[in-house]
Design a protein. Structure first.
Lengths: 314, 218, 491
């Protein structure tokens, strides 16, 4: 129980920092000084204190959506072991199921899309339809990827998968794992609206996806939406680092172990966000009609990892 | 070692998928360069093992040849050819890319089922590597069929060759040295001749679109 | 030491790089190919003087036995004759301004390189080197196919190099699997991939891998042989190449690719203990090629493409004969290789004369060849009768023997299909081509042979073809039966 609360605090506490790091990397690449890495914390606390403006045409869905989105994202966060040490990974609390995890996230996305449509503005609808397309294209890849890892560990529980990869020497250097790793990176970029698919920094009407859906929100609701988005990003990053580079699960239990685990965890996700920042700098945004190509590659890689594991059992 | 080879072979296969998904002719060449580099990497690994076991350096010679020819010389040659003949960007494929990649994936799965049916491959470490390489061969042919431009076809041919070389390398740690060197000579002359033909075709047809070569039938 | 014949074309290629004068080029080419022919004929004399005993000659990676000697002799004899013909042909092209001096030199350089790759491919025992040589034949001949540098010839050359390179690449995959099937059986590195060692140890090879290898090799070299449905490069290349090159491609090149298939075929059959698996594949490709050729020949409008399809048909017959795999059928298949090579080269060479006279490839625009060109015309019409399978020529005897051996093996369906298809092809050739011989010659064309030395070559070839049908000398019989023993698995 303590662990659950600890995990919650870590995830929500660290999430905005990742955005800050990515923005900082981009700023450095453009030879700007850039905002502080903690800028998003200030933004959120500022938004929390501001008033909200709600459109007259909006229904209850509009009001409920931020809470549902935030709630479901945080619920999904509870299903992923973050910085568990040895004993905790196998405890009853950590039996998170991969399907539940995926579809809890999907519930949030569903409400996000509804909220985009709800006010009846053009941009919201456009954003929702694009989000729908992207997520439906990428969902199969993520599912198959998780299934493959499930096959390897003999269970769909996320913690079992992580325990299985802890048992391997260098998990990412296994043929099935390495393709799933690439798939996960693609999914991460797409799900969190990163550059090859969507540009989080733009407010240009024709290209935005995620920003279009939350365009109408303000004040506390906007803060929740932004926070939910960054938490979601951190969860997927957590999944990647713990699935493919697990080092903390073998640490001994106890206060020292936990502290070390948290430090190691924070270090790994920060490294990953630096990496994402670099990827964002190096690539250009795809035309929207090219996104299916990316999705096809992700899907094929995932299928490939699956077949690889399934047919050859290795 | 086995795991290392497994991963390299898988990455070679992935690079051939990326090739099928590529749109521009320059990126075909880039992908081919990466793929050849991966092959050189695995050749180097085999070289180290041979060197440790009995002090032979055949594999190192081959590795150097691969890097010299396939990673540096041939891609540069193709780039040069491309610069001279191609002045506009055109669509170069018949089907759209998601369908192409899915079909390529179908090919790979097909090869899995065929090759794992061969008796000798049962329970052997090399099974997966051979499967991946044979898939690269077939995907290379598939790539050639679905592209219109001459450069795409040359790259496809080179990928087929890479796949076959890879099969030999992963399955039998390479053919006898003299055969391998003969293959390289053939490959080099083949590419030079094809490059020259591209110039001539461009001269006569004002395009390197092989779709226009359809006068001879029956 | 007789392997010196391999060095002759290499030396010639190097010398030709420095010789500018046309006359010297001609003389050098002819004398060198004569030398080559004499050396190989003396090897043949060694081989047949030993009587019934099988003949072997080996040096490092080089190796010759009765079977390879047959193919080798075809290459060098035709190489010599085609050299003589090319001299007249090139001279005329050069005078009519179609090509310039430089191209004449290029032609002879490439022709000799082409001959070298072919003789190399039949005189090595390492399947890998054989593959390298066969791939090199494509590379050496691609500029010969695209020699005139017109749109059509470029198209043909592009098709040729792309389809054949990929096909041959498949064959290499097969060779890799062949190598894999011998892991643990052949232990010394110098034994790897040698078909001699593979044949001796054939029974111990891994069967399923060997089957896989054979399929790839059949498809791969089959592309080069021109089995339907992999034949599409063949009519294009044959119809666009200069006629001496077409003769070379059809009469010689196809055989050396076939040689690679047959070598593997022997190994597979010994390993499996019977010819059911590999034989059926060969029979299928054979019948299918004959059928496709029969259909296309009926509707053909260009005489060189028609002859190209006829080559596909005859390669099909050879595959069929070898696929049946009885001593009699293999013997007939070998005889067919010889007869087809000479007859088809003769036909292609005479089309060279016709083309230079009439300047068109269309059948419908040609009338009255017999009057215009008495020698080429007569040789062409008799050659067509021969290739269609009329007695007394050799092809008839071969086809007859093939059919007989098929029925002896109780393959009644295969035999009847083949017989019907032979008849269809005969009708097709007669129907399409015989309008060329009669009728009024267009007035713009003056009578007379364009290529005097070429006419002599045609007559020599015709005598060979006729003699092969009427009489088989003892030494040839011995050589053929030794070769068929080799194919049947005696090493």
């Amino acid at each position: 129980m303590i662990y659950i609360i600890l995990q919650l605090i870590i995830i929500i506490g660290l999430a905005p920092l990742m955005n800050g790091i990515i923005r900082k990397i981009k700023a450095i690449s453009q030879k700007r000084k850039g905002a502080s890495v903690f800028q998003m914390y200030y933004d959120i606390s500022k938004l929390m204190r501001k008033d909200m403006v709600v459109s007259d045409t909006a229904s209850w869905i509009y009001t409920a959506a931020p809470y549902v989105v935030f709630g479901s994202t945080v619920a999904a966060a509870l299903l992923v072991p973050v910085c568990a040490t040895e004993g905790w990974l196998n405890s009853a609390f950590m039996g998170g199921d991969a399907l539940v995890f995926l579809y809890t996230l999907a519930l949030g996305r569903f409400f996000l899309m509804l909220a985009g449509l709800d006010t009846g503005s053009t941009f919201g609808g456009m954003g929702s339809s694009r989000e729908g397309l992207i997520s439906s294209l990428l969902e199969p890849s993520m599912l198959i990827g998780l299934f493959t890892l499930g096959l390897a560990s003999g269970s769909l529980s996320i913690s079992r998968m992580m325990a299985e990869s802890t048992a391997k020497a260098v998990p990412v250097l296994n043929p099935a794992y390495i393709v799933i790793f690439i798939v996960m990176i693609i999914v991460l970029l797409a799900e969190t609206c990163r550059i090859p698919v969507d540009d989080p920094a733009t407010h240009l009407e024709l290209t935005m996806v995620h920003e279009a859906m939350i365009l109408e929100y303000s004040g506390r609701q906007l803060a929740l939406m932004e926070l939910a988005a960054s938490v979601k990003q951190l969860i997927i990053m957590t999944l990647i680092v713990n699935m493919f580079f697990p080092i903390t699960f073998a640490l001994p239990a106890g206060a020292a172990g936990v502290a070390l685990a948290i430090l190691l965890y924070a270090a790994r996700v920060m490294l990953l966000s630096v990496l994402i920042g670099i990827v964002e700098v190096c690539t250009v945004k795809l035309r929207f009609f090219s996104v299916p190509n990316l999705a096809a590659i992700a899907f094929i890689l995932a299928l490939f990892g699956f077949v690889n594991y399934f047919v050859l059992g290795r | 070692m086995t795991t290392y080879m497994d991963i390299i072979s898988l990455l070679i296969l992935v690079s051939s998928f990326v090739l099928v998904a590529n749109k521009k002719q320059t990126s075909y060449i880039k992908t081919f360069r990466i793929q050849s580099f991966l092959i050189a990497l695995s050749m180097a690994a085999i070289g180290f093992r041979h060197f440790q076991q009995n002090g032979r350096i055949d594999a190192f010679i081959l590795c150097a040849l691969i890097i010299g020819l396939k990673v540096i010389y041939i891609p540069n040659l193709l780039n040069k050819t491309y610069d001279k003949v191609e002045h506009k960007v055109e669509k170069d494929f018949y089907l759209n890319i998601p369908i192409l990649t899915l079909l390529a994936c179908g090919i790979a799965v097909f090869v899995y089922f065929i090759v794992t049916g061969i008796g000798q491959f049962d329970n052997r470490d090399i099974t997966m590597q051979v499967v991946n390489m044979v898939s690269v061969v077939l995907i290379g042919i598939f790539f050639m069929i679905t592209r219109k431009k001459a450069i795409g076809q040359i790259v496809g041919f080179l990928v087929v060759e890479n796949g076959i070389f890879g099969t030999a390398m992963f399955a039998a740690e390479g053919m006898p040295l003299i055969v391998d060197i003969g293959i390289f000579i053939d490959l080099l002359t083949g590419v030079l001749i094809m490059g020259l033909m591209v110039f001539r075709i461009n001269d006569k047809f004002d395009s390197i679109n092989t779709n226009k070569l359809k006068k001879l039938k029956g | 030491m007789k392997f010196i014949y391999l060095a002759v074309p290499v030396v010639i290629v190097i010398l030709l790089l420095f010789i500018k004068k046309r006359k010297f080029i001609y003389e050098l080419g002819i004398s060198a190919s004569l030398l080559e022919m004499l050396i190989t004929l003396s090897i043949t004399a060694d081989a047949v003087s030993g009587g019934q005993a099988s003949f072997k000659m080996s040096l490092g990676i080089f190796y010759l036995d009765s079977f390879s000697i047959i193919v080798l002799d075809i290459i060098t004899i035709l190489g010599f004759l085609i050299h003589i013909f090319s001299v007249g042909y090139m001279e005329r092209d050069c005078k009519s301004g179609k090509i310039d001096e430089k191209q004449v030199r290029l032609f002879f350089i490439l022709l000799n390189a082409f001959i070298f790759t072919m003789i190399l491919s039949v005189s090595v025992k390492n399947m890998g080197i054989m593959w390298v040589a066969i791939e090199a034949t494509t590379l050496a001949s691609v500029f010969l196919v695209g020699f005139y540098n017109k749109r059509e010839s470029l198209e043909a050359a592009w098709k040729y190099i792309i389809i054949c390179s990929v096909g041959i690449a498949m064959a290499f995959l097969g060779i890799v699997f062949l190598h894999l099937s011998s892991t643990g059986v052949l232990t010394h590195e110098h034994q790897f991939l040698n078909f001699t060692d593979l044949t001796v140890n054939a029974a111990n090879l891994d069967s399923s891998m060997l089957k896989f290898a054979f399929m790839f090799i059949l498809v791969g070299f089959g592309t080069k042989v021109g089995f339907a449905p992999l034949h599409t490069w063949l009519p294009a290349a044959h119809s666009q190449a200069p006629s001496p090159v077409s003769a070379m491609l059809s009469g010689v090149l196809l055989n050396s690719a076939m040689y690679g298939i047959i070598r593997t075929f022997t190994i597979v059959n010994i390993n499996l203990g019977n010819s059911v698996f590999a034989g059926r594949l060969m029979i299928f490709f054979g019948i299918f090629s004959i059928a496709i050729a029969a259909i296309v020949i009926l509707t053909q409008r260009e005489y060189k493409s028609l002859l190209a399809y006829s080559s596909i048909e005859h390669m099909g017959i050879i595959a069929l004969a070898v696929g049946i795999f009885t001593p009699a059928s293999v013997f007939a298949g070998l005889m067919h290789i010889i007869n087809h090579s000479f007859t088809k080269s003769m036909l292609f060479l005479s089309t060279g004369s016709i083309l230079q006279k009439y300047h068109t490839a269309k059948i419908s625009r040609i009338k009255g060849i017999l009057k215009t060109m008495p020698v080429s015309g007569t040789v062409f019409i008799l050659g067509l009768l021969a290739i269609a399978g009329t007695p007394p020529f050799g092809i008839f005897a071969c086809e007859w023997n093939v059919l007989l051996s098929i029925f002896n093996e109780h393959h009644f369906v295969t035999g009847s299909i083949a017989a019907v298809l032979f008849a269809v092809i005969f009708a097709g050739i007669v129907h399409c081509l015989f309008s060329m011989f009669y009728g009024e010659t267009p007035e713009t064309i003056e009578p007379g042979e364009p290529n005097k030395s070429g006419a002599v070559v045609l007559i020599v070839l015709f005598v060979i073809v006729l003699a092969a049908g009427l009489y088989m000398p003892d030494f040839l019989f011995n050589l053929l039966s030794n070769a068929s023993d080799v194919i049947m698995g005696e090493i």
